[in-house]
Design a protein around this ligand. Structure first.
Ligand SMILES: Nc1ncnc2c1ncn2[C@@H]1O[C@H](COP(=O)(O)OP(=O)(O)O)[C@@H](O)[C@H]1O
Ligand SMILES: [Mg+2]
Length: 275
């Protein structure tokens, strides 16, 4: 079982939308996936799957219900455990209480291939325990300068907490793959220089109106629109989470095309000269 914490420095960068669709793509690959909405008192994943909340983590914590009672299975086969929306009992949990809850979830999650934590934004006692218990951190950023800077700060802190944590960066809301790779390189360079560590690139996801439309319709975009730009892009990320290096084909072929184009315009003269 692999545990992945989906994190970000800033809120609203697309963690929940990507986490739900990522879980869907991985589940389609015949893997058993448990998605845990780690935004305990302000969950959103249920909405992205169009589910109505019944038994939640709120009931597990307050009423000592079993974790298995809180599992909701989505149409794509992902098992989701959600927090309780607006539950004071969850909002006020201490770090130790969160830690012991996570222990229960990890124990329960042993029958799954992947346990994905969709974390709250930023740092602090609501995020650290999830990072501590995760094998890897999928760090979501946008190209916004503040989001890039906060991603660096989150990583710095996460590695102080858990030096063995594997981290992969996903750049959301990009115009194209080349822009995504460039933005990731900026963060990777800073991380290399100041933290002397390597940050993996786990792909970029284009800004895609289908994502917002699916969100409004309470659907995971990769499920209802597997061919939209964002779904296609997220397949690379899913492969990276499952241990495969992100393919550079798209942008290399784009770079190759550009190179070809420029070299072709120079070719006739060279050919003529050679002839
Ligand atoms: N690639 C994208 N293209 C267009 N809209 C997106 C994209 N990613 C996320 N969104 C939208 O951004 C909003 C915030 O996303 P959400 O996943 O809830 O953020 P977070 O969990 O980081 O707070 C949602 O309305 C979502 O549909
Ligand atoms: Mg969220």
């Amino acid at each position: 079982m692999k545990t992945v914490a989906v994190c970000s420095g800033k809120g609203g960068v697309g963690k929940s939308a990507l986490a739900c669709s990522l879980a869907t793509i991985i589940a389609k690959d015949e893997k058993k996936v448990l998605l845990f909405d780690a935004n305990l008192a302000l969950p959103n994943c249920d909405m992205y799957f169009g589910l109505e909340l019944g038994c939640t983590i709120g009931h597990v914590v307050r009423d000592h219900r079993e974790l298995r009672d809180a599992v909701m299975t989505t149409a794509s086969g992902v098992d989701l455990i959600s927090g309780g929306s607006g539950w004071k009992e969850l909002a006020l949990m201490s770090e130790q209480e969160v830690e012991s809850l996570i222990q229960q979830v990890i124990e329960f999650g042993k029958s799954y291939d992947y346990v994905i934590f969709d974390c709250a934004p930023g740092l602090g006692s609501r995020v650290y325990p999830f990072l501590q218990q995760s094998d890897s951190c999928l760090l979501v950023t946008t190209g916004d300068a503040t989001s890039l800077m906060d991603s660096y700060a989150l990583l710095k802190s996460a590695w102080e907490l858990k030096p063995t944590l594997h981290a992969g960066l996903v750049v959301n809301h990009v115009a194209n793959a080349v822009q995504g790779r460039q933005l990731a390189k900026e963060v990777q360079t800073i991380v290399g220089q100041f933290l002397s560590r390597e940050l993996d690139f786990w792909g970029s996801v284009r800004h895609d109106v289908t994502v917002a439309k699916c969100c409004a319709e309470r659907k995971a975009f990769a499920e209802s629109n597997p061919l939209c730009h964002a779904s296609q892009d997220l397949v690379d990320t899913a492969n990276a989470v499952m241990g495969e290096a992100v393919s550079e084909t798209i942008e290399l072929s784009m770079l190759d095309r550009l190179k070809n184009r420029f070299s072709k315009s120079a070719e006739p003269e060279e050919e003529t000269a050679a002839a």
